[in-house]
Design a protein around this ligand. Structure first.
Ligand code: HPA
Length: 260
């Protein structure tokens, strides 16, 4: 079963024939919303609105551990995330879709970020934070559908909820970030600790602070996201058909040789 995490502006998936809603409680607390289990074009999926439905958890208050734990408990093996981001790279204007390949975590220490708090000492490899097999499937689905999808982008994750200063964005550009957002971490590293495959599709909803030249608004973020949803949804449909039934990547053995 494949999991989908929808960020700002993506609270449900049209075309998902809903079979049931599962409210879960986990050892780490409550996930953001009930999991919506259904099928898209015959493929079984589990959808979760990252910020709750309706939107009520700001990025720094999302219970990332509960969200990922819940997917694992439901038997999900792969997760595709969709997230709104600000564009730092000038070649990634609003409306661009980016298939992420790298992360820079500026939230370290601000959010609970591991399932292993002491009973077991675990250091998972995170060289490639996103599943390389899923990335290939998503790129192939985009090619088939004729959808422009940028192959690779570095997401810098900030704590928020405020937006960035112009100088912070200049700094992030200088260290190689292409886009900025508030939710990719610790979501991605928790998925790795849970031995789940993860892919991240970023929707550029605005030019980042200081690049835009004007005031940033959440209205712009939500409206641009809305304008990109048809493309995202048709991409997801194609991806689900392409994912191989069994996993041949290393994500499923992430804990092997990672524990002291
Ligand atoms: N900064 C941080 N997070 C965001 C942005 C941004 O400009 N746009 C959408 N999410």
């Amino acid at each position: 079963m494949t999991g989908l995490i929808g960020g700002s502006g993506l609270y449900e998936i049209e075309g998902l024939s809903l079979l049931r809603e599962v409210p879960l409680s986990t050892p780490f607390g409550e996930p953001s919303a009930p999991y919506r289990i259904g099928s898209i074009g015959g493929s079984e999926v589990v959808f979760l609105a990252r910020h709750g439905s309706p939107h009520r958890f700001p990025p720094h208050r999302v219970n990332y551990r509960a969200n990922i734990w819940g997917f694992k408990a439901l038997g999900v093996e792969r997760i595709i995330t969709v997230s709104a981001v600000g564009g730092i790279n000038r070649g990634m204007p609003p409306g661009s879709l980016i298939l992420l390949d790298q992360l820079i975590d500026m939230t370290c220490g601000t959010r609970p970020s591991t399932f292993y708090e002491g009973d077991r000492v675990v250091h998972v490899d995170f060289t490639d934070p996103y599943c390389t097999v899923m990335r290939e499937c998503i790129l192939a689905a985009a090619r088939d559908a004729g959808l422009p999808l940028t192959d690779g982008g570095t997401y810098v994750c900030v704590n928020g909820p405020r937006l960035e200063t112009a100088k912070e964005i200049q700094f992030f550009a200088s260290i190689g970030a292409d886009v900025v957002g508030m939710t990719a971490m610790p979501e991605a590293s928790l998925a790795r600790e849970a031995e789940l495959c993860l892919a991240g599709i970023a929707v550029v909803t605005n030019r980042a602070a200081g690049i835009s030249g004007g005031k940033l608004t959440t209205t712009e973020v939500v409206e641009t996201m809305r304008g990109s949803l048809d493309a995202v949804k048709s991409l997801l449909g194609g991806v689900l058909l392409r994912l191989p039934s069994s996993r041949g990547c290393t994500c499923k053995n992430a804990l092997q040789d990672s524990c002291l």
